[in-house]
Ligand binder design. Structure first.
Ligand code: SF4
Length: 445
């Protein structure tokens, strides 16, 4: 690694929120995934797997009641039950094709993740049919975790019961904020009363793990309101709390209106303020008995409350992507499906490939991917990377790690590299220093 690639001070995390993606959600960046590598997915599926990597399923449900102003996902707010039926059929064709491939034949998922979009947008009946069909194609008897993302306003007691019965173990509620005005001006479809009602039903039904999502720095967030949000979440007492720092990617409504007004800075809190809010939240949650387990999560019982999807993914698991615009990873190949609803369904109906772009990664890129993602846990185990990839991390990144140690961001304890709390909350801006030279300054789109 040359001096030029070592940690450049990230202006965006030191001041205003500029438009663009801040989170490093995968590696290499999406802009390097391409058409040429698409046939590699097919070749991988046609070869038997070595059978060592655990496998999971990511199912994307692209429907929402309303589009949030900060949302950058591929979502549809105008689809009817006919469209939902077509979509379920298309995704089941896709799963059948995977199940019959040489690479996946006989393998069973260890985790299933329903993300979106809004998975809870589907009716109880649609969800029952969908999951029955999924299990008939690939049985869930080895599944360790089923995560299901929900928008609180779409949840009735009856629907939650169905969700529990088909096997969800980790229910994730997209609360984001408890203030109705803030929810409204950020374009959220739900209101706080719906949150309390849904949470109570879910608790009574005995879900194993309830996570709630919050966002620090939504439009019009204030110190006083944020403090109230934290008080309310402590009162709710979920098993896991995930806190994101608000980013404003280019394909959001907020960015569109910034462009119309000729503004270069997003109308949300700056990065130091957002980090201050997350710091305050973590300090308060620790006092309430929570443990901070990553840059974004606090959990009540770290020994019992796991997040299998994240941990498997960050240690190189295979993941089958189902649905429009869905992201997957098989045998070291990254891929993403077609991002338009009709084109995706048509591809499944005509049994042509729905993969839109892919990247056949090198061994070094696979090492870097896991290394980069695991920093988000605030702890990197040196033995893991030397055993799995034969990489001496301290030697390879001597300059960066030395610099982090010198400024108090890093310590080493018993073979683990540990980030300070302050560095953990800046980690997404620090990771670019590990990128290969050709991936520096790339966009995450
Ligand atoms: S609910 Fe989630 S996926 Fe749907 S529009 Fe809002 S942020 Fe996007």
């Amino acid at each position: 690694m040359t001096k030029e690639t070592i940690i450049k001070p990230d202006q965006e995390t030191k001041a205003e929120t500029k438009p663009g993606n801040y989170f490093v959600s995968n590696y290499p960046p999406f802009s390097f995934w391409n058409d040429d590598d698409v046939p590699c997915v097919e070749s991988m599926l046609n070869s038997p797997s070595s059978g060592t990597a655990p496998m999971g399923i990511y199912y994307h449900i692209p429907f929402c009641r309303k589009r949030c102003h900060f949302c950058y996902f591929r979502v549809y707010t105008d689809k009817n039950s006919h469209d939902v039926r077509r979509y379920i059929d298309a995704t089941m064709r896709e799963l059948e094709a995977y199940a019959q491939s040489s690479y996946l034949e006989g393998r069973k998922p260890k985790f299933v993740y329903f993300g979106g979009g809004t998975p809870s947008y589907l009716s109880a009946q649609q969800l029952t049919e969908l999951t029955d069909r999924m299990k008939a194609i690939m049985p869930w008897d080895e599944v360790e975790e089923v995560t299901f993302e929900c928008e609180p306003g779409t949840l009735s007691e009856k629907k939650l019961e169905v969700i529990k019965n088909f096997g969800v173990t980790r229910l994730s509620l997209g609360i984001e904020n408890f203030n109705d005005h803030i929810l409204e001006i950020n374009g959220r479809a739900h209101r706080s009363q719906e949150v309390f009602r849904a949470y109570e039903h879910a608790r009574n039904l005995g879900f194993q793990n309830i996570n709630v999502d919050l966002i620090a720095g939504m439009l019009e967030e204030t110190d006083a309101n944020w403090k109230e949000c934290i008080d309310k979440v402590v009162e709710l007492s979920p098993d896991c709390i995930t806190i994101y720092q608000m980013e404003v990617p280019f394909n959001t409504t907020i960015f569109k209106s910034m462009k119309e007004q000729g503004k270069l800075t997003a109308p949300v809190a700056d990065w130091p303020t957002k980090r201050k809010w997350v710091t305050q939240a973590y300090e308060r949650l620790e006092k309430a008995g929570y443990t901070i387990t990553s840059a974004y999560t606090a959990v009540k019982e770290p020994q019992e409350t796991k997040f299998v999807y994240r941990d498997r993914l960050w240690t190189g698991a295979d993941m089958v992507a189902l649905g429009v615009a869905s992201f997957g990873h098989l045998g070291g190949i990254h891929y993403q499906n077609i991002t338009h609803f009709d084109q995706y369904c048509e591809a499944q109906e005509s049994t042509s490939s729905a993969v839109r772009r892919a990247l056949l990664t090198s061994e070094d890129e696979r090492f870097l991917r896991e290394f980069i993602l695991q920093w988000k846990l605030g702890r990197v185990n040196l033995g893991y990377f030397s055993d799995k990839f034969g990489v001496d991390v301290k030697n390879r990144f001597e300059d960066i790690l030395m610099k982090w140690k010198e400024c108090g961001d890093l310590t080493e304890v018993d073979g683990d590299l540990l980030l300070s709390r302050d560095a953990l909350l800046r980690i997404d801006s620090m990771l670019h220093g590990f990128f290969l030279p050709q991936h520096q300054n790339a966009k995450y789109v």
